[in-house]
Design a protein around this ligand. Structure first.
Ligand SMILES: [Cu+2]
Length: 166
């Protein structure tokens, strides 16, 4: 999938205009995850996730940003190569890139966490973005199921939605 670059608004309320093929990409990822979820295929082993939260989107907006702290407790680098949610048709990793006076979001195909290292997904920096909710967008107090993909395995967590950082 080509890099997606979009203007980042003051709050992460972007309605990303992303092409159709991304949906097929996600479906393929999910099928792969199902097909290869055999015992022994545990690329997410060692991944520890904390402090996960989702900022409540403004009324009428369906794109949400997901923040969390990722820690690789394993002895080998860990690669996260996708983010999905059953509540959204599309998800991706984004990084914020400063471009003059503007901050743009760029699609990140994979995120590598060194052995023993931590990576923060936080406002203003790296984040996961979920787009095209399949039902009404989540509100504060809801939880959203989010799956982090590590090759052919996934790490799934329930992420609370709140108006501000918890
Ligand atoms: Cu984003």
């Amino acid at each position: 999938m080509p890099n997606q670059t979009s203007v980042h608004p003051p709050a992460p309320t972007l309605d990303a205009s992303v092409d159709r093929p991304a949906r097929g990409h996600r479906v393929r990822q999910m099928l792969l995850a199902v097909a290869l979820a055999a015992p022994g295929a545990q690329a997410c082993d060692g991944l520890s996730v904390g402090e996960a939260w989702i900022r409540e989107p403004p009324p009428g907006k369906g794109t949400i940003a997901v923040y969390m702290r990722l820690h690789n407790t394993g002895a080998a680098p860990l690669v996260i190569d996708g983010v999905t949610s059953p509540a959204f048709a599309m998800g991706m990793l984004h990084e914020n890139v400063r471009d003059g006076s503007q901050v743009r979001m760029r699609h990140l195909a994979r995120l590598t966490i060194a052995a023993g290292a931590s990576v923060e997904l936080a406002p203003g920096g790296l984040h996961a973005m979920l787009m095209r909710p399949v039902a009404a967008p989540p509100r504060a107090g809801d939880t959203v199921t989010v799956a982090l993909h590590c090759g052919d395995s996934t790490h799934t967590l329930a992420v609370p939605v709140s108006r501000d950082a918890p």
